[in-house]
Write a protein that binds this ligand. Structure first.
Ligand code: NAP
Ligand code: ZN
Length: 352
């Protein structure tokens, strides 16, 4: 075991503060990574503040962070895919049982025995796993991704969650050229959704509550932008969408978006608000529309997404911050004041 510097919350009401956590020494198939950048996902805020207590109660201290890129520092004796000096990335998953039908299908995110990167039972050291707001992490190579060398590292970090979470449902639901695709909520996930839908050739419409994001939405790849508080504008698109990705972090009216789907259209929720979202069944009945959810993506698909980003020159638009600004960043995220992902420069942890 060795000590790793980190930022942790001591309780749901505490700010994140400097601490140290224990990491296992890399053995067998383990890869030790010096973390260079870690994105700030709204899920970090939900979990640090124990907003998902009914599903995954938060264990404190909580070290969040699942958008990790860095450099390999040491490898276990059985590692074949990585060597010291390689770029490497870790997302939301650090283990699964590898034998269940979901793992066999490459859908490790649905494995009943998965291990999430933080706030999940740690099979090696006991306690819970600690995430990427830290200078180092040790992960089995099967859950470590290769970072294409042409990607900016600060902007690549958010691909590990915001990227795969928006890429995966778009591939699953057949977003291609000629499809009309909506993206609801221009935050970290939403802005990646816009980039992917545009790169896949769709006609992209952004729904935002923030009129000041309209120009950015167009620059990011949207063909149209609608301020969702304007009911008249929404009505004009009634019954016209093939697919809508809803990436909103708080309670909102999803029925207004279901109405915009055409026959057999699908709305996929990736946002995970603390409160349930009421669904009016008639919106689904008429026109046989469907409502789904989607959770990150499997390991092979995450690598496919990174390679897609390499080929299409896609990274997140990031505001790079030192770790000392993480609490301010959380407050700004709650005000939808992020353009469009915070990425923590982990070199800032050295001074702690
Ligand atoms: P984020 O950067 O904070 O973006 C959320 C966006 O939602 C905001 O920028 C805002 O966009 C919109 N919004 C916020 N409050 C709203 C409200 N009251 N009404 C309407 N719109 C509102 O968050 P994120 O990191 O993208 O994450 C979004 C959600 O996805 C979170 O709940 C997160 O936990 C979840 N998530 C799920 C998965 C998964 O696997 N399914 C993975 C990662 C994250 P506008 O300003 O454009 O309106
Ligand atoms: Zn996330």
């Amino acid at each position: 075991m060795y000590n790793s510097k980190a930022y942790a919350a001591a309780s749901a009401a505490s700010p994140l503060a400097s601490t140290t956590v224990s990491r296992r020494d890399p053995a067998g198939h383990d890869v030790q990574i010096e973390i260079l950048f870690c994105g700030i996902c709204h899920s970090d805020l939900h979990q640090v503040r124990n907003e998902w207590s009914s599903l995954i109660p938060t264990v404190y201290p909580c070290v969040p962070g699942h958008e990790i890129v860095g450099r390999v520092t040491r490898v276990g004796s059985s590692v074949t895919g990585f060597k010291p000096g390689d770029l490497a990335a870790v997302g939301c998953l650090v283990d699964s049982d590898r034998t269940c039908p979901e793992c066999q299908a490459g859908l490790e995110q649905f494995c009943p025995n998965l291990t999430l990167t933080y706030n999940f039972p740690d099979k090696h050291l006991g306690g819970v796993t600690y995430g990427g707001y830290s200078d180092s992490i040790v992960v089995d190579e099967r859950f470590v991704l290769h970072v294409p060398s042409n990607l900016d590292l600060a902007g690549a970090a958010p691909l590990l969650c915001a990227g795969i979470t928006t890429y995966s449902p778009m591939r699953h639901w057949g977003v291609t050229k000629g499809k009309k695709v909506g993206v609801v909520g221009l935050g970290g996930l939403g802005h990646m959704g816009v980039k992917f839908a545009h790169a896949l050739g769709a006609h992209v419409v952004v729904f935002t509550t923030s009129p000041n994001k309209m120009d950015d939405a167009l620059r990011l790849g949207a063909d149209e932008v609608i301020v969702s508080r304007n009911a008249g504008e929404m009505q004009k698109h009634s019954g016209s969408f093939d697919f809508i990705l809803d990436a909103v972090s708080a309670g909102h009216d999803i029925n207004a978006y279901i109405q915009l789907l055409r026959r057999d259209g699908n709305l996929t929720l990736v946002g995970a608000p603390e409160i349930p979202l009421p669904v009016a069944s008639f919106g689904l009945l008429f026109a046989r529309r469907s409502l789904s959810g989607s959770l990150i993506g499997g390991i092979a698909e995450t690598q496919e997404m990174l390679d897609f980003c390499s080929a299409h020159d896609i990274t997140a638009d990031v505001e790079v911050i030192p770790i000392q600004k993480v609490n301010e960043a959380f407050d700004r995220m709650l005000k939808a004041d992020v353009k469009y992902r915070f990425s923590i420069d982990m070199a800032s942890l050295k001074s702690e």
